[in-house]
Design a protein around this ligand. Structure first.
Ligand code: FAD
Length: 396
């Protein structure tokens, strides 16, 4: 019988998956869909609730309570997958020679096959003083969303977002749409610097500014401190200050590779090294999702992990299946100005930029004039399908 548990003595499963994000759960679902009957145990450091992470940055506009974002509880998920669930349970080490994972509480789970779907963790590049820590947050899972949602309370709040990447911009738009007063602080000169060339980042910036989102770009954060009247204040490098009730740190994500690295598996800063069959440097250990660097590519978004889950399920069920990633653009959820981007993987020879106002298309070309990436804003996002067909696959 499936069970949800937090504390049990040693146990064994044919397949142990660490992580109940879209990658870990997606793999278990794909296996069951193929009729695979092996025993599966899923271990998660978080609540294990089944939710779609991309929806986290759409919840405030819709006024969604955290539990409305959870599609299934961990117990229901265990029933659906006929899997044993260990929730709020941290795996502290892997013993790859004796094939077990060690839980923080000291218990062991033996495995025949192990899959690492440990995702990526928020990178916070500086120390946050304990005096302001209660008002500083990251949101990278449903538990984080729960904490932030509680801190936000019912009334409109002043939220300062540090970081102008996808997570920062999506939460800025969503919190603004939810009635909050939003500021963005970032060292780059335009929004979405890794996805958009500056003219398109500026178009998004204009849309944000017109809506009343305060942009502090080209500015580093000097410190976060409490003012004499107990308000949280961000001090910027030019001496400006930004007052906030809550601070949301959106300063990037780093693949969680620590377990793999400590166990002696090959890892890079860009993730756990796996081949096209998602196999790590150890024969019966696989990795997928945000934590994995697949044949040199770490793509931290949903379509690649879905393709990986499908391919790995086939491989584990006896049909070795290499994964490939198509030219799948990232759709950024900023309704103030829709954005679609498929950033080039090598530096382009030139960007061909056309359009005006918020409707801009930017095509990245190599020295032979071939399309190697693109970025679209406003009405130009309708070119997404046509350009995706013309662009090279991410992992062909
Ligand atoms: P995660 O969801 O991070 O899951 C990791 C799991 O591993 C968790 O269950 C965690 O508890 C567990 N874990 C980690 N370490 C341990 C340990 N030591 N012991 C036990 N358990 C452990 N992508 C898109 O394609 N489109 C979007 O619109 C989009 N929007 C996004 C919006 C936001 C706000 C964010 C943050 C991301 C968004 N993404 C989007 C990216 C996408 O959501 C991720 O690529 C995807 O969810 C990653 O899934 P994952 O399973 O690899 O990792």
């Amino acid at each position: 019988m499936p069970a949800t548990q937090t504390h049990k003595t040693s146990t064994h499963a044919a397949l142990v998956i660490i992580g109940t994000g879209m990658a870990g759960v997606g793999l278990a679902r794909a296996l069951r869909r193929l009729g695979d009957q092996r025993s599966i145990t899923l271990v998660s450091a978080d609540s294990g609730d089944d939710y779609s992470k991309p929806l986290l940055s759409t919840g405030f506009a819709k006024g969604l309570k955290p539990n409305q974002l959870a599609q299934r509880s961990a117990a229901e998920l265990g029933d659906e997958l006929n899997a044993k669930m260990f929730i709020h349970t941290q795996v502290s080490a892997l013993d790859v020679d004796n094939q077990f994972v060690l839980l923080k509480e000291g218990q062991r789970i033996g495995y025949d096959t192990l899959v690492l779907a440990t995702g990526a963790a928020p990178r916070v590049p500086f120390n946050i003083a304990s005096s302001v820590a209660p008002s500083c947050f990251t949101i990278n899972d449903l538990d984080d969303y729960r904490r932030f949602h509680t801190a936000l309370g019912n009334g409109p709040a002043r939220v300062a977002i540090v970081g102008a990447g996808l997570v920062g911009c999506e939460f800025a738009n969503d919190l603004y749409a939810g009635g909050h007063q939003v500021s963005i602080v970032a060292p780059e000169r335009s929004l979405l610097p890794r996805l958009l060339p500056p003219p398109l980042g500026n178009a998004l910036g204009d849309a944000f500014s017109e809506a009343g989102i305060h942009l502090h770009l080209d500015r580093s954060l000097h410190s976060i401190a409490l003012s004499s009247d107990e308000n949280t204040v961000l001090q910027l490098d030019n001496g400006d200050t930004v007052g906030a009730d809550l601070v949301l740190m959106a300063t990037g994500l780093a693949p969680r590779t620590m377990l793999a690295e400590a166990a002696g598996l090959n890892v890079l800063p860009s993730g756990i090294v796996v081949d096209r069959q998602l196999q790590t440097s150890h024969p019966n250990i696989y990795a997928l999702g945000d934590t994995a660097c697949v044949d040199g590519v770490n793509a931290m978004y949903v379509q690649p992990l879905q393709a990986s889950a499908k391919a790995l399920a086939a491989t584990l069920s006896g049909t070795p299946t290499p994964v490939s990633f198509g030219a799948w653009p990232v759709v950024v959820k900023t309704p103030l100005l829709p954005v679609v981007a498929y950033p080039p993987t090598t530096t382009p020879e030139c960007w061909r930029i056309e359009g005006e106002g918020g409707d801009i298309s930017a095509l990245a070309e190599n020295k032979d004039g071939r399309l190697i990436g693109f970025a679209l804003t406003g009405g130009c996002v309708r070119r997404k399908v046509e350009l995706s067909r013309a662009a090279p696959a991410l992992l062909g």
